[in-house]
Design a binder for this molecule. Structure first.
Ligand code: AMP
Length: 196
């Protein structure tokens, strides 16, 4: 089962995706974490990505698509993954759909985390002091929100148009409560949590 965790920067996608992936028993595949690891290892991809990430822009589609495609080829992804931060553009979504169609698969559902802009700003600036991410600055956030509205929000419309199940979840409140909201929405949709 291929699922997507979708939402603006600071919406808690990463936090919720890692929890929901454990509950579903599938790997959490976070494009931003993979790119940060490339940067930390100073690979060719990391060197290309770093200035773009620091400026709040998007790494070119072909690089990210290749990175995700090779991740989906790993044996632990055979039963599906929860994708976080990918696809972030409509061309990435089309590439993902084609990749999955070649395996007789498709995106099964999308969780869309909804958080107002004021709250996003507060969270990102707080994260800047705790996690030290080099793109967590007021300017970085402003740019990432512009990019989100312009390039990423249309991805949700792409999946809505394709008839994919979309769970719109209120992403404000207690972290545990939000995880439960997501799990409840999925169980309504017939997605079973791992019982063990
Ligand atoms: P995130 O950890 O999801 O907030 O991602 C951090 C940064 O990594 C983003 O602001 C982008 O610069 C880059 N990035 C992550 N995922 C993608 C993607 N799917 N396409 C392009 N750039 C990405």
């Amino acid at each position: 089962m291929i699922a997507l965790m979708f939402g603006p920067p600071g919406s808690g996608k990463g936090t919720q995706a890692s929890r929901v992936a454990v509950r579903l028993g599938i790997p959490h595949v976070a494009a931003g974490d993979m790119l940060r690891s490339e940067v930390a290892r100073d690979t060719a991809l990391g060197r290309e990505a770093k200035p773009i990430m620091d400026a709040g822009g998007l790494v070119p589609d072909d690089l990210v698509v290749r990175m995700i495609e090779s991740r989906l080829d790993q044996p632990d992804a055979a039963n599906g993954v929860l994708l976080d931060g990918f696809p972030r553009t409509v061309p990435q979504a089309l590439a993902l759909d084609a990749m999955l169609a070649a395996r007789n698969d498709r995106v099964a559902w999308v969780v869309s985390l909804e958080v107002p802009d004021d709250e996003l700003k507060t969270r990102i600036l707080k994260r800047a002091t705790t996690e030290g991410r080099s793109d967590d600055t007021a300017e970085g956030l402003a740019q990432r929100l512009i990019v989100y509205r312009q390039d990423t929000a249309p991805v949700l419309e792409h999946y809505r148009g394709a008839g994919t199940r979309i769970a719109a979840i209120n992403g404000v409140g207690d972290i545990d409560a939000i995880t439960e909201r997501i799990m409840q929405a999925l169980s309504h949709d017939g997605v079973a949590a791992r019982t063990a």
